[in-house]
Design a protein around this ligand. Structure first.
Ligand code: ADP
Ligand code: MG
Length: 311
């Protein structure tokens, strides 16, 4: 890769030292690049440091040390241009309850010095399916509508990089789908997207590259496909010819589990066995196999393995 990354994060440390509270090292020297043009997932459990990192990029939290470039602009030396290059959708929803969606977008455009004729408030409201709420008070919007308004607000200055901090935490299935579509659409139109999430399937579905952060440290950073490839386990699901009295076991199995009267799920390590050997071991114990399916390990397996090390 030769092009300048959309975001470059180098050795960022954040130490929270609340007055009277206990100091907390939330980021312990985080480094990674977000390549231009993709959907980058920052995946990690609650408390990992995702929002801290996003809030540093937004200029809401001061880092303790390290450096960040956004679209080639150093946030310490050139916050103004860095800010113009990024649109951040925060995790927490905050609005003045007495403004309407249209006003929220107009005020935001004003903050960026965008002249009236160049503003895109109507277009943005349509894009997030809020055109019919143009003049409603923010306090009357549902949670999902507020979240979509926050996205529109982050897009007002047409930034090339868009960051969404847990956009789908606590939203229902339908809205989650809608938000996924919106993210994909923004990316198709050319925006580089960064998305934080603690939902594995979300990162797996949307992101072409994923960094996993845990206890303030990046523990993996790879194309999604390679990350899933790190799961060294596979699962075969066998339907047997009769009800299972005892579950077949063999030293080559990592795990065998009864999931139905005649169905057993066997997990094996692909470095130590193959599907043929698993089937042979089951047959050797007197079972006839009626049906076989295999399942790839998913990101969950990788994630559990990588994050199970205690801090
Ligand atoms: P995530 O977004 O991944 O859930 P956060 O960045 O919100 O994680 O939090 C990372 C760690 O920093 C947590 O242990 C959290 O309690 C702590 N933390 C976050 N904000 C503050 C703050 N303002 N003061 C002190 N500690 C904080
Ligand atoms: Mg967070």
């Amino acid at each position: 890769m030769t092009s300048t990354p959309a975001i470059s994060i180098r050795d960022v440390v954040k130490r929270y030292a609340p007055a009277g509270g206990e100091a907390k090292l939330a980021l312990k020297g985080v480094s990674f690049d977000v390549p231009e043009g993709g959907i980058f997932g920052l995946l990690g459990p609650n408390g990992a440091g995702k929002s801290t990192l996003i809030n540093i990029m937004a200029g809401l939290v001061n880092k303790t040390s390290g450096a960040i470039d956004i679209w080639g602009f150093d946030i310490d030396r050139d916050m103004r241009n860095a800010k113009r290059s990024i649109g951040i959708v925060p995790q927490e929803i905050v609005f003045d309850p007495f403004f309407t969606p249209f006003e929220v977008l107009e005020i935001q455009a004003g903050l960026y010095g965008i002249a009236k004729p160049l503003r895109r408030s109507e277009e943005l409201l349509r894009a997030v399916h809020l055109a019919d709420k143009r003049d409603a008070y923010a306090r009357t919007l549902s949670g999902g509508m507020k979240r979509r308004l926050l996205i529109a607000k982050a897009l007002v200055h047409a930034p090339p990089v868009i960051v969404l901090d847990e956009p789908t935490a606590g939203v229902d299935v339908e809205l989650r789908r809608q938000l996924w579509d919106l993210v994909t659409e923004m990316n198709r139109e050319g925006a580089t997207i960064v998305l934080t999430t603690h939902y594995l399937e979300e990162a797996e579905e949307l992101c072409d590259r994923i960094a996993i952060i845990n206890h303030g440290e990046v523990i993996a950073n790879k194309p999604t496909r390679d990350l899933i490839g790190m799961a060294r386990e596979k699962v075969v699901v066998l339907t047997l010819d009769r009800d299972l009295g005892q579950i077949p076991v063999d030293p080559s199995f990592c795990k065998s589990e009864k999931v139905g009267d005649r169905i057993v799920e066997i997990t094996y390590d692909i470095d130590k066995a193959n599907a043929g050997q698993v089937l042979a071991a089951v047959q050797a114990q007197g079972f006839a196999i009626v049906d076989v399916t295999t399942r790839e390990a998913d990101l969950e397996d990788v994630f559990v393995r990588l994050t199970s090390n205690p801090a």
